[in-house]
Every structure is written in C-alpha cells, then in structure tokens.
Design a protein around this ligand. Structure first.
Ligand SMILES: Nc1ncnc2c1ncn2[C@@H]1O[C@H](COP(=O)(O)OP(=O)(O)OP(=O)(O)O)[C@@H](O)[C@H]1O
Length: 451
C-alpha cells in the first residue's frame, strides 16, 4: 500500500466516523476503501474490511444485493452518475441505502459514499420462539413441524393476535428456505394501485413518480418465504393477479415486458372465514385451494388459558420496559381468569402497560386495566384463590377519616406483595412513619396488623 493511499484511508475513516450510522467509502469495483466504526461494528468479522467487496461483507450479514434479489445502487449510480436511495429487504429486515458519487477534480466519479439506515429488526434477534404447553398449543406446534420441511402452501387461520405471523416465521425457520429471506406482505394495507407495484416492483418511468426501478416483494422473496398476511383482505379484482403468480411462478414488473421468475415458499394467514367467503363468491375458489394445501388453525388464547403464566413470563422477559419486573401471584391469578378477546397481543399490551405503571419490582393487580381488577372484586369471595385480596375498605360509605386510614393501612399491609420499605414508598411516607402508624394500630385494636 502506498503512503498516499494509507494517508487517504486514515483521513477518510476519520471523516466517516462523523456519521453515527454505518458508513463506507467504496471503489468502482465494489471494494471497501474505508469504513466507519458503526459499519465495522455491524459488519465486522474480525478481519480487515478494506479491499473486500461490499456484497461479500453484506452477504454474511444476510442481505447481499444479488442474493436478496435487490438491485445494486452502486451499479445504478455508475450508470446515472446520480445519488441512489434504495431499500434492501431480506430475512433480517430492511436496510435503507443512500449512495452518493464522489468526484475527482475532472468531475469523474471515483468513489461512492454509502450510508446505511438499518431497520430495527436488522439488529434484533430472529423471530422470537413461540411458547405454550397446553394440548391445543402442542397440536399447533406438531402441525408446524410437519408442514415446515415440505413445499406445501401453509394457510394459518385464527383470530387476530393469536400468533399467526410468529407461526409463519416458525414455518420459515424450520424449512429448507431458512437461509433465504422472509418477506411479509400485509395485504390489508395495500390499495389496488399499490398492490402491483409493491408486489411485483416497477421499471423506471413506468408511471409518474417512478424515478428508478423498484424491486417488488415477490422478487425479494426469491429463495425464501413469501408471507401473505391478511390474504382474505385482497380484493377480488386483484386475486386473479396473485393466482397467476402462484400458478406460473412468473410475474412482470409494472412497465416491464420480461417475465421474471421467483421461487419462494408460500405461507399465508387470515382471520377471515375464507371458506364462507368462497361460498359467498367474495374469494376465488381456485386461489383458496392454491393457498390452502396445509391449513393450521391457531387457537384463541381463551382456549388455552393454562398457557397464560408461561406466555406472560416470556413476554415480560422480551419487553425492554419490563426488565427486572415480576408478576405478583395475585396478578397472575387475575390474568389467568380473563378471556382475552384480543388474544396474545392483548396480553402483551396489558403487560406492557402494567410494566410502565409498576413502581418497584412487582406488577400488582392495581397495575392491570380496571376490567381485570374488577374480576377480583366480582369473583373473589371467601372461597377466592386470591391470597387474601379484598376490596379497598371504606370506599362507598362515609366513615371518620382516622378509621378510614386505619382500615386502609390494614388493607395495604395485608395486600401489598413487597416489603415495608416498598410499602412506605408507595404510601408516600417514610419507613419510620409507617412503623409508627402500624404500632399505633396494634395498640388501638389490640391485634397485630402483620400478615
Ligand atoms: N406462542 C407465542 N409465544 C410468545 N409470543 C407470542 C406467541 N404467539 C404470539 N405471540 C406474540 O403475540 C403478538 C401477536 O402475535 P402475531 O402478530 O403473530 O398475531 P397475528 O395472529 O398475526 O395477529 P393479526 O391477525 O392481527 O396480524 C406478538 O407480539 C407476538 O410476538
């Protein structure tokens, strides 16, 4: 390496370090001239990055342009001489790439500055494992294991929030396409006009605003899994286009003439009654049969309430806001009694909210939504399995304040799951004040308040 090149690299690296996102300077042959700290942290494998091709480095990270069916911004920049902005999708998520030409004093493009914005999933773990232990859940897990290694199109059915998307990811991860991309398409969010260009991509100039060629999601799924979520929401007029793709394996970009082949494992999901929709001619029968080779019905959470403790524990561990928090036994008891119209998503939301409300390490019943707390008042009689939890005394009647305080203190001491220090904090008094008040109660009533 010449001294001049060494000096240039050092200066360029220092310049790139001004960016907090991964940034790299590339040569026309795709080799890395200099990379900043963030780029080295995300893509580094201990070996020097300089001189290696960007797509080889990115390939290890799982989203090489060529492998993922994405188009190469450097090629496009070389031919157009203008900056390129593309999103590359793959199994691990999306990377937005902004690539700018760097010119020499004769205005010739000599280097390319590439800035990467990584979608959160890119740095996250693979899809979280699904958990459960109930008979209903074990049936689902068995079907997923059966279907995954085959090529059969899997149709996941079940209410919203039952875990269909997670099940689709589990099929992908246990299939022979696991090293390819997992591309999820939310069919309910696609308007008729967007449907074709999102799914099939478009050529430059295909319509007003199509400034560059765009790779569609179907092409991005080549070699992996295409997950059509909410497939029951696709309007009839578009169902025929999807059917054609599934029948032939070919499609054309909008504005393109060349048929393009994409080979993918098909998994779809819906909460809609597809069979009924077929009978009512709202969903094409031929498409239904094409999607429904291997149906799997995800049970509603109320049909597997015995899984709630395990699910709650796992979901809590996965919630950053819930780090270090525990579910009090009374809270768990209430969670087990609820019937979850919103299924696991609702359980997750309940836990996230409760975690934000918790003051110390315990998630208590009072941190749950009132309709769940109400379960305790309604259903906890003397035979309640709740550990001595009683409604707050004095509420609903007018009694002397001193009596109310005494009753409330007894209630709080008997129902609070933590230690005295925590209780004092919750009551907004010092520990000494709490001791004094509890002592006064003891001497006034002649029996211990201690639980
Ligand atoms: N078995 C499971 N173990 C742990 N977490 C789960 C499980 N099933 C679902 N979840 C969690 O529940 C939430 C909802 O799951 P998911 O989005 O897969 O449901 P869905 O059926 O696809 O919902 P929709 O039909 O509304 O799209 C997610 O946060 C997911 O991580």
């Amino acid at each position: 390496m010449t001294d001049l090149l060494r000096q240039l690299r050092a200066e360029m690296t220092s310049l790139l370090d001004c960016f907090s996102a991964p940034a790299v300077l590339l040569c026309a042959d795709y080799s890395v001239l200099a990379a900043n700290q963030a780029y080295r942290r995300v893509f580094g494998d201990g070996k020097p990055l300089q001189g290696r091709r960007c797509y080889e480095i990115m390939e290890d990270a799982g989203y090489a342009c060529r492998q993922g069916g994405n188009h190469c911004p450097l090629d496009a920049c070389q031919s157009s001489g203008t900056g390129q902005h593309v999103v590359h999708s793959n199994t691990s998520g999306n990377a937005q790439i902004d690539l700018y030409p760097i010119r020499n004093d004769s205005a010739k493009v000599v280097y390319f500055l590439e800035l990467l914005t990584l979608a959160p999933q890119l740095t996250a773990l693979p899809a979280p494992a699904m958990v459960g232990n109930s008979p209903a859940w074990r049936d689902v897990a068995r079907l997923i294991r059966r279907a995954a290694p085959s090529d059969a199109a899997v149709l996941l059915l079940g209410e919203s929030g039952t875990g269909k998307e997670l099940a689709a990811a589990a099929v992908h991860q246990a299939s022979h396409c696991r090293n390819g991309p997992f591309v999820a398409v939310d069919c309910s969010g696609l308007s008729e006009t967007l449907f074709e260009s999102e799914l099939f991509g478009h050529e430059k100039g295909a319509f007003t605003g199509a400034h560059s060629r765009k790779t569609g999601l179907v092409e991005a799924a080549d070699g992996g899994t295409l997950f059509l979520d909410e497939v029951g929401d696709i309007p009839l007029s578009l169902q025929v286009k999807l059917l054609r793709l599934l029948e032939t394996g070919h499609f054309r970009r909008v504005g393109g003439v060349e048929p393009i082949r994409s080979q993918f494992r098909l998994v779809s999901a819906t909460h809609r009654p597809l069979e009924k929709m077929v009978a009512e001619e709202r969903f094409r029968q031929d498409l239904y049969y094409r999607l429904n080779t291997f149906p799997i019905m995800l049970p509603a959470l109320r049909e597997r309430l015995e899984d709630v403790p395990l699910l709650a524990e796992v979901i809590l561990q996965r919630l950053p806001v819930a780090r270090g928090l525990h579910l009090h036994a009374d809270t768990l008891e209430l969670l087990r009694r609820y019937n979850y119209p919103g299924n696991i998503r609702e359980l997750r939301n309940i836990l996230e909210r409760a975690a934000l409300l918790a003051d110390d390490v315990w998630i208590l019943p009072e941190h749950l939504p009132t309709n769940l707390q109400y379960l305790s008042v309604q259903e906890s009689g003397p035979a309640s399995s709740l550990t001595g939890r009683q409604p707050i005394p004095g509420v609903g009647e007018i009694i002397p304040l001193a009596d109310l305080e005494a009753q409330y203190l007894r209630w709080a001491r008997g129902n609070y799951g933590g230690d005295r220090r925590g209780l004092a904090q919750r009551l907004g008094v010092s520990e000494r004040t709490l001791y004094r008040k509890l002592d006064a109660l003891r001497s006034n009533t002649g029996h211990a308040v201690e639980s």
